[in-house]
Write a protein of this length. Structure first.
Length: 93
C-alpha cells in the first residue's frame, strides 16, 4: 500500500520523484529546503563502501534563515572531502 506524501514534500508523485532522483544522482548530492523539517535546510551525499554499495548519507543541516543557495558549492566541497576520507578507509577493509 502506498504511503501518503510527506506533509511538506515538494514532490508528491512517483514519476516526478524518479526524475528528480536522476538529477540528484547526476549531481552527486541532494538538497532539502525545509521539506523534512520546517526551518531546516540540508545538503546530503552518499558514502559508498569498497564494493560501491551505498552505506551512509551524511548531511549538513543549516537553519533556513541562514541558508544561501550560493553556499551549496562550499557545502558540497566539504562533504566530498569528508566522504573521500571515509570511502578510502572503507575500501581498505
Amino acid at each position: 500500500m502506498p504511503k501518503p506524501p510527506w506533509r511538506t514534500a515538494r514532490i508528491t508523485d512517483v514519476v516526478p520523484l524518479e526524475a528528480h532522483l536522476v538529477g540528484v544522482q547526476k549531481a552527486g548530492y541532494g538538497v532539502n529546503i525545509s521539506e523534512t523539517e520546517s526551518g531546516v535546510c540540508g545538503i546530503g551525499m552518499c558514502v559508498h563502501d569498497g564494493a560501491r554499495h551505498p552505506v551512509a548519507a551524511p548531511t549538513i543541516a543549516v537553519p533556513s534563515p541562514r541558508f544561501d543557495h550560493d553556499d551549496i558549492g562550499r557545502y558540497v566541497d566539504s562533504l566530498r572531502t569528508a566522504i573521500a576520507v571515509v570511502e578510502t578507509n572503507l575500501s581498505r577493509r
